[in-house]
Design a protein around this ligand. Structure first.
Ligand code: DSN
Length: 415
C-alpha cells in the first residue's frame, strides 16, 4: 500500500512541504538540501534497533551490523576532520553542546561564549537555554567598530571572568574565526576550549576555513548545515577526553542512538571527502561574496562590511525596515530568510535590525554567482518595495522562473 493510500492526509502535507522547498529560494544560512541517497539511508532499517552503548560494548544483542555502521561513521568523521576521537551519537547541535559541557564542567561553572547579538548561539550559555541555567553563561561581544572578534578584548574579559570553558563558534558571524587565538586565550586563563562549528563544518572539512580541531579540547557540530548531511550532531575531541565525552553522551544524556541517522552521517562524511564537495564549498563562498557585492552596490550596510564564509547579515533597519517585516515581505515572493539580531542591536530579537542570508541551499541547487547576484537583486527590489503588491507579484514571478532552471528532487513524490 502506498503512503498516499495509507495516510493521504500526511502524504498531502509532505507533498506540500516538498513543493514549498522546490518553489522557494532557500536563503536560511543553516539550511541545505541533502542528496537523495541521504534521504534513503535516513529511512533505513537501523531505525528499528536499540543499541545503547558503543561499538563492541552494547547493552542489547543483535548489534553486529549496527557496530559496523557506527564504526564507519566514527572512522570517517575522524578522517574528515583529522580528529583523534569522534562520537557520532548526538542527536543534534544543542544535545552535542550540552554533552560537551557535561563532560568537562560541573553545574555552576562559568562558560564564556559569544553573545547572541554578536552571532553566538543560545546553547553557548544563554540564560533562556538549559546551558545558561546549569552553567553560568558570560558573553563576549564583537568589536563595536569593526563588528569582528577582538581577541585582545576577549583575553582581557577571560582574565577578569576566569571561565572554566571558553566557547568559540557562531551562528551568525560572517568572518573567519581565529581558533589559534582562542587557544592562546584559553591557555592563558587555564580554561577548556570548545568550538561549535555547526555553521562552518562543511567549509572546515573542505579546508576553506581554518580547523579548530588541533587547538580545541572539544569540537561540536551539526551535520545538516554546510556539511549537507542528515539532521544530527557530532562531537570530536582529543583522545585523552574520549571517555568523558562518550560517557556524557551515553548514559548521561541520551539513550538509544539513532543508528539510521548515524548511517546517513557515515554517508555524509564519505561524500564530504570527495573533490566535488570541496568545489561545492568554494562555490558557496563565491555565491555569498557575489550577493554581498549586490547589497553593497545598493547602499546596504552589511555587518562587518562583507563575508568570508557562507553567510551575510544585512542591516535592514538602516534602510528603515524591521527584520520581521523584511522576512515576511520576502516570504511573500518565495524567498526564505530569517530575521536576525545584529551586533549591539537596539531592537528586540522578535523584530531585530537584520536579516541573515546564506548560500548553502541555493548552491546545492546548482546556482553560481550570476544566479546568486540575481537573487540578491530580487531581495533588494522587495526590501525597497515592502508594501507594493504589484512589485512583489512581479518578483514572485521572477523567482518561479529562476527556480525552474534548478530542479529539486525531480523524481520525488509523496502524493
Ligand atoms: N538554528 C540554527 C541556525 O539557524 O543557525 C542554529 O541552531
Amino acid at each position: 500500500m502506498s503512503l498516499k493510500e495509507l495516510d493521504p492526509e500526511l502524504a498531502g502535507v509532505l507533498q506540500k512541504e516538498l513543493e514549498r522547498q522546490r518553489n522557494t529560494v532557500e536563503l536560511i544560512a543553516s539550511e541545505n538540501f541533502v542528496p537523495e541517497e541521504i534521504l534513503l539511508v535516513m529511512g533505513s532499517v537501523p531505525t528499528n534497533k536499540y543499541a545503547e552503548g558503543y561499538p563492541g560494548r552494547r547493552y542489547y544483542g543483535g548489534n553486529q551490523y549496527i557496530d559496523e555502521i557506527e564504526r564507519l561513521a566514527i572512522e570517517r568523521a575522524k578522517q574528515l576532520f583529522g580528529a583523534e576521537h569522534a562520537n557520532v551519537q548526538p542527536l543534534s547541535g544543542c544535545p552535542a553542546n550540552l554533552a560537551a559541557y557535561a563532560a568537562f564542567l560541573e553545574p555552576g561553572d562559568k562558560i564564556l561564549g559569544m553573545s547572541l547579538a554578536s552571532g553566538g548561539h543560545l546553547s553557548h550559555g544563554y540564560k533562556m537555554s538549559i546551558t545558561g541555567k546549569y552553567y553560568r553563561g558570560i558573553a563576549y561581544d564583537v568589536d563595536p567598530e569593526t563588528e569582528t572578534l577582538d581577541y585582545d578584548a576577549i583575553l582581557e574579559q577571560a582574565r577578569r571572568e576566569k571561565p572554566r570553558m571558553i566557547v568559540c563558534g557562531a551562528s551568525a558571524y560572517p568572518r573567519i574565526i581565529d581558533f589559534k587565538a582562542f587557544k592562546e586565550i584559553a591557555d592563558d586563563v587555564g580554561a577548556y576550549l570548545m568550538a561549535d562549528i555547526a555553521h562552518i563544518a562543511g567549509l572546515v572539512a573542505a579546508g576553506l576555513h581554518p580547523s579548530p580541531v588541533p587547538y580545541c579540547d572539544v569540537v561540536t557540530t551539526t551535520t545538516h548545515k554546510t556539511l549537507k548531511g542528515p539532521r544530527s550532531g557530532l562531537i570530536m575531541c582529543k583522545q585523552e577526553h574520549a571517555k568523558k565525552i562518550d560517557r556524557a553522551v551515553f548514559p548521561m544524556l541520551q539513550g538509544g542512538p539513532h543508528e539510521h541517522t548515524i548511517a546517513a552521517k557515515a554517508l555524509c562524511f564519505k561524500l564530504a571527502m570527495r573533490p566535488e564537495f570541496k568545489e561545492y564549498q568554494a562555490q558557496v563562498v563565491k555565491n555569498a561574496k557575489a550577493m554581498a557585492e549586490v547589497f553593497l552596490d545598493h547602499g546596504y550596510r552589511l555587518v562587518t562590511g562583507g563575508t568570508d564564509n557562507h553567510l551575510l547579515l544585512v542591516d535592514v533597519a538602516q534602510k528603515g525596515i524591521g527584520g520581521k517585516q523584511a522576512q515576511d515581505a520576502l516570504e511573500e515572493v518565495g524567498i526564505t530568510v530569517n530575521k536576525n539580531m545584529i551586533p549591539f542591536d537596539k531592537r528586540k530579537p522578535v523584530d531585530p535590525s537584520g536579516i541573515r542570508i546564506g548560500t548553502p541551499a541555493i548552491t546545492t541547487r546548482g546556482m553560481k554567482e550570476d544566479a546568486a547576484a540575481r537573487i540578491a537583486e530580487l531581495v533588494v527590489k522587495v526590501l525597497e518595495n515592502v508594501d507594493d503588491a504589484s512589485v512583489k507579484e512581479r518578483v514572485a514571478g521572477e523567482v518561479r522562473e529562476l527556480l525552474e532552471e534548478y530542479p529539486l528532487y525531480p523524481g520525488l513524490s509523496y502524493a
